[in-house]
Design a protein around this ligand. Sequence first.
Ligand code: 0GY
Length: 296
Amino acid sequence: MSAFTVDADWLPFHPAPAKPEFTPPAGAVDAHCHVFGPGDTFPFAPERRYTPCDAPKQRLWALRDHLGFERNVIVQATCHGADNRALIDALEDANGRARGVATVRRDVGRAELGQLHAAGVRGVRFNFVKRLVDTLPFDSLRAIASKIEPLGWHIVIYFEAAELPDLYEFFTSLPTTVVVDHMGRPDVSKAVDGPEFSLFKQLLNDHPNFWSKVSCPERLSLEGPPAYSDVVPFARRIIENFPDRVMWGTDWPHPNMKSHMPDDGALVDLIPRIAPTAELQQKLLVDNPMRLYWSH
Ligand code: 0GY
């Protein structure tokens, strides 16, 4: 029994996802997923904006195996704030098959960073989505960036497309590899070649240190499941233009989904539509995440 009451409108993750028809290449990495709690062992943060259902590591490992993946990158979710204990616990349980992206405070010390690195953390996340966090001021984020840079870590950024013009200068001043969550959350009712998504493409084009996760059709789609066809041209464009700087993830357990809960098997079946060749699939699912997370 969790010590926390789940939000009344919380949608739990799919209890029995379909077996995908698409078989991922050997060594495939789910490069964006989370663990939540369990709340009675790893309490949710007092400053959280939502209280999810538990989504423990064992369920994530079972999903990994069911979908035909070999590894996970677990991203610290805002409901745990900068308390990375649930993340570390999962990484230590994974037998080298998971890496992590943590959330840290400005005053994080070398000892804590060393502990996170030993557990498998290779990046920090800067979150600019206002419904999820009070974003730290730029000078605090810069201080964190300069602390993690010597470790060879990268920065994961999460923002809404409408915010990109205001954040562009700050983002491009960051000293490390920078990975953008969910293609910068484009409004897919707008044109792929329109000004909004073109700015995102320019970010990747002009700054070779920028990568993108081509994830979360379920969040971006206006059309909805199971085809999510309106998201396909956006993901495909990014993969075809930047094949060596893209990664894919389930986003399990899909926090804050309100319209529907996706079937993770159907999400995997979208991969060949956004990355149509075996070569692109190998880069997206294996080579790129292995280079970023398992090479040091
Ligand atoms: C995601 C998306 C969301 C939540 C978080 O850390 C989080 O709480 O990332 C969201 O609500 O859009 O990537 O999981």
